[in-house]
Design a protein around this ligand. Sequence first.
Ligand code: PLP
Length: 503
Amino acid sequence: MVLYESTRGGKEGIPSAEAIKRGISSNGGLYVPQQIKEINQKDISNLANMSYAQRAVFILKQFLDDFTDDELADCVNSAYNTRKFATADIAPIKPISENLCLLELWHGPTCAFKDMALQILPHFLVKAMEKTGEECEIVILVATSGDTGKAALEGFADVKGTRIIVFYPENGVSEVQKYQMITQTGSNVKVFGVNGNFDDTQSGVKRIFTDEKLIKEMAKRNLKFSSANSINWGRLVPQIVYYFSAYADLVKIDRIKAGDKINFVVPTGNFGNILAGYYAMRMGLPVNKLICASNDNNVLTDFIRTGHYDRRRKFIRTVSPSMDILISSNLERLLYELTGHDDQRVSDWMNRLNEDGHYEVGQNLLKELHKSFWAGWSNQDETLKTIECVYKENNYVLDTHTAVAVDVYDKYVITTGDLTPTVIVSTASPFKFNGSVCKALFGEQVIEGKTEFELLEILSKRTSMPIPAGLKDLDNKSVLHSNVCEKYDMKTVVTEYLFKGEY
Ligand SMILES: *Cc1c(COP(=O)(O)O)cnc(C)c1O
């Protein structure tokens, strides 16, 4: 069986169901598999003739082997179907030039790629609770930079045996993102704005998770925390699937031959998405380079280039808010893998990051990192220019996050001359970030004085693309969650809500 261990030590392995239920390890580390099963090229080729759901079962069982095939199929079929997704392909490939394709991961209910994982995580979790004999009610705590919150709410709303509490930075998400969350229905959901940025919000949630006294209080009331953030392995593992799926589709449409290497460019924030690509590569998917694309908050670009992770810089609010992150949690998992599971060194770096705000990994690890990764960043002007250019030249409308990736890809080609077929991982519908997209496409005058809801209509009319179902008529829905708290009050509101039924 594949067992899971914490990146910060404590070597005894636990089955995936237990790791998914716990979310984060009690010592603050993240769960990773003790071994990675390799898939041979023939099995990869065979994926070409399968549906997305079938591909998912095949990949997932390499990691979640304490689940039966039937259990996995149940989870997969509840998540990846046409009631939830706007296309039967689930994650379609769209070629836009000779060497370049987009992998569209935003056809789920909330119009961003977080649905790929958060539609299935609740089903994993419910099964994991059954399998481990868990009798507590699970309380999901989420810190969101915008997209995770809504996707988690959609995934968990009214799922029996679970409750969900979402925190978002009050001024750090778009109007559409905010409305998606504060209008969420469901008897087990609660949403709070926080006066602070995403990192404050994420740190607050991490502190609550590891608060021993609170955990004891919860246990008395038959409640237990778990996480839907990408620190939960159950959130990460479904993302590995679409790297294989994209590859299989490229083979299927004759863009590549089975066995050819390809690049992936990933618009990156918390490092979850691109890390899933790394696991796919370790499983044997023929990948040349994973290209890590950042916005102005370019901590990861600097890290991947120099080996020095330094969060001591100004946090910048950008047009790609879901990537406005200075502490990329999932990098910890990559460091653990690259050091050959050295929990001492990883713990040390993470402590330094926490205490001093930076750490350095040294030349040997950097060399190892460069075998798989390249990094670049796109400033906001470049990002908006990219949206305009790609629309003019390829008649394709990019969202701001995906545009960061396309701009970084251009820089990669200029720098390296590498013309390997490349997949841009497209993480959001352009309608979700319509303010910036309209500005890029039609100019400042068109957006002046308009709400994001009016801009949805304008974008739809001018590009002849329909408004996705999840974003239509949002402003006419009732606001059900209007509470905002200070960042140091997050624990208080959680206890007041859970123990006293307030809010
Ligand atoms: C979350 C998100 C990202 C960043 O993904 P990570 O897994 O955190 O690196 C990029 N784009 C969009 C639209 C997102 O919602």
